[in-house]
Write a protein that binds this ligand. Structure first.
Ligand code: ADP
Ligand code: ADP
Ligand code: MG
Length: 507
């Protein structure tokens, strides 16, 4: 089969993920091309890349989502491949197809695989035929209320109404009572229409005490698929992940092996090629059901990299070049424990409102076992147009306990001034007994909200005072080197000393 070495990659994305992909490209000796919108002229991914091209106005529809411009820039720059990152065009079958038609390698799966798995209804059908357990529910879309009520009776309350095109936690509604069906069905459909341009929804049984456990897979075009174990992503707010860890504190070796086999079967069922994630929902008895497949690199992929020892972006590129996987399933092991915290510019005391703005000071954590995948720097202004993820803080430790201690230490070292962030909230998660015990489900944040938000302000004030003190000390030191001669005495003195002398002589 054809093998095409990749020499130059256009990264059709921005922010931390664009930088992360470029880092691996540089290690592989591959040239990088950045694209940027008007709002991202000063972004780190633009500075990091070998070449950068402006592709339009700030709204993503006019820049990062504009396929014509992205493809024209790839041609112009002589890039032979495009890496889509996550979000934006990463799960867009038309884009994958257009890359193929333009003779540019899409670092990701075929348009056919994306079509099958991107639509959650068709993915459910595919999984049923592959023998992978799915959440009990409808296999076809539900368009009217009478049908919805009939289906819900059969499935039994509570249920989730979910958008077939859904993603990012949108187009989803939890239904507890019959009387809620009408308006929640309408709400889910209209949100899906606005977010995805498609109002198809289906109904799924709501899994009690749910745990989100997902498996990383890699498939090449020669028929080899491996899984790289799980990621536990049950620390969620509004169905969006906040903290992820691996291994999952919940799984037994037997269940892990079963789920891994299902993940491999799922990837094979859609002739998958590249890195992908099979998401499962699991109850307290460890019954698990297929939720969806993400046909791209996942935000939380670094925890797998640290525990399994594989660079997933490097594997994506090798697979896209047509190479066969060199990783063997029986040689893969989980070594130690990794945790990721998403550092987001949000005001946790104000209902987690996005809080973009200018970073006036930043100190990133360092030290043994710490990885910080970010893109901001001192003086950088986070634009209002995109999501407010600042960075991902990832730690590794030999055991779960040590990883938690290390994450607490790293979060305490992390200082960001100028915008409000989730750092203190994440520190409270690390301190929480439910989290520490490993016995938590997707209700964790809701259940512990009071604890997680407590003493936020008090600590923020202490940190502000500490920062002011540090800055004052810095100024003192600067002043020390600039001494002036006092006319009356002929002695040299710093400005601070003079001010102090004047002040004390007055009292
Ligand atoms: P992960 O499982 O990797 O955390 P998320 O569901 O949080 O993935 O989504 C990752 C990013 O992709 C987020 O910025 C989210 O807003 C975006 N995203 C996810 N699904 C879609 C979609 N269907 N269309 C557009 N953006 C999406
Ligand atoms: P998205 O495409 O938006 O990521 P998912 O289907 O992956 O949507 O679901 C996102 C989250 O919503 C899950 O991680 C889980 O917390 C919750 N969820 C989804 N379906 C169910 C279900 N049937 N029962 C319980 N929780 C669910
Ligand atoms: Mg999901």
């Amino acid at each position: 089969m054809e093998q095409k070495p990749i020499k130059k990659v256009l990264i059709a994305n921005r922010g931390e993920i664009a930088v992360r992909i470029m880092r691996t490209c540089r290690e592989m000796g591959i040239k990088t091309v950045a694209i940027f919108s008007d709002a991202d002229r000063l972004s780190m991914h633009v500075k990091y890349a070998d070449e950068a091209y402006n592709i339009g106005a700030a709204p993503s529809s006019e820049s990062y989502l504009n396929m014509d411009k992205v493809l024209a820039t790839a041609k112009k720059s002589g890039a032979d491949a495009i890496h889509p990152g996550y979000g934006f065009l990463s799960e867009n079958a038309t884009f994958s197809r257009r890359c193929r038609e333009s003779g540019i390698t899409f670092i990701g799966p075929s348009p056919e695989s994306i079509e099958t798995m991107g639509d959650k209804i068709s993915a459910r059908k595919k999984m049923i035929s592959a023998g992978v357990p799915v959440v009990p529910g409808t296999t076809d879309k539900v368009t009217n209320e009478a049908e919805a009520i009939r289906q819900i009776k059969e499935i039994g309350l509570p249920v989730m109404i979910k958008a077939s095109a859904g993603g990012g936690g949108r187009g989803m509604r939890l239904v507890h009572k019959d009387s809620e069906v009408t308006h929640l069905l309408r709400a889910a459909r209209s949100e899906a229409k606005t977010a995805f341009g498609d109002d198809a929804v289906y109904i799924e049984k709501y899994v009690d005490s749910p745990h989100h456990v997902e498996f990383q897979v890699l498939s090449d075009r020669h028929g080899n698929t491996v899984h790289l174990f799980e990621r536990e992503c049950s620390v969620q707010r509004r169905h969006q992940k906040v903290v992820e860890e691996t291994p999952s504190p919940l799984l037994t070796p037997e269940v892990r092996a079963k789920m891994g086999a299902c993940a491999v079967a799922a990837a094979n069922a859609c002739n998958y090629e590249g890195a992908g994630t099979i998401e499962f929902i699991m109850d307290d008895q460890l019954n698990f059901y297929f939720l969806e497949m993400n046909t791209r690199l996942q935000v939380e992929h670094p925890i797998t990299e640290l525990v399994v020892g594989v660079d997933l972006v490097k594997e994506q590129i090798r697979i896209a070049e047509g190479k066969a996987l060199t990783i063997k399933q029986d040689e893969l092991t989980q070594n130690g424990h990794a945790i990721e915290c998403r550092i987001i510019a949000e005001d946790t005391d104000n209902n987690f409102m996005p809080n973009p703005g200018t970073i006036t000071h930043i100190t990133e954590p360092l030290g043994l076992g710490v990885r910080c995948d970010g893109y901001v720097y001192e003086g950088y202004t986070i634009p209002i147009h995109y999501d407010s993820l600042i960075s991902k803080l990832i730690v590794w430790g030999p055991t779960r306990e040590e990883a938690i201690e290390r994450m607490s230490r790293a979060l305490a070292e992390y200082k960001i001034v100028g915008v409000k962030t989730t750092i203190r909230f994440l520190e409270r998660i690390m301190e929480n007994t439910d989290f520490r015990s490993g016995k938590y489900n997707t209700h964790f944040i809701e259940k512990n909200l009071a604890f997680l938000l407590a003493d936020n302000q008090e600590n923020a004030n202490e940190e502000d005072i500490a920062l002011i003190a540090t800055f004052a000390e810095y100024l003192f030191r600067l002043e020390d080197s600039k001494k002036t001669t006092v006319a009356s005495t002929g002695k040299k003195e710093t400005n601070w000393k003079r001010q102090l002398r004047k002040f004390t002589s007055r009292i």
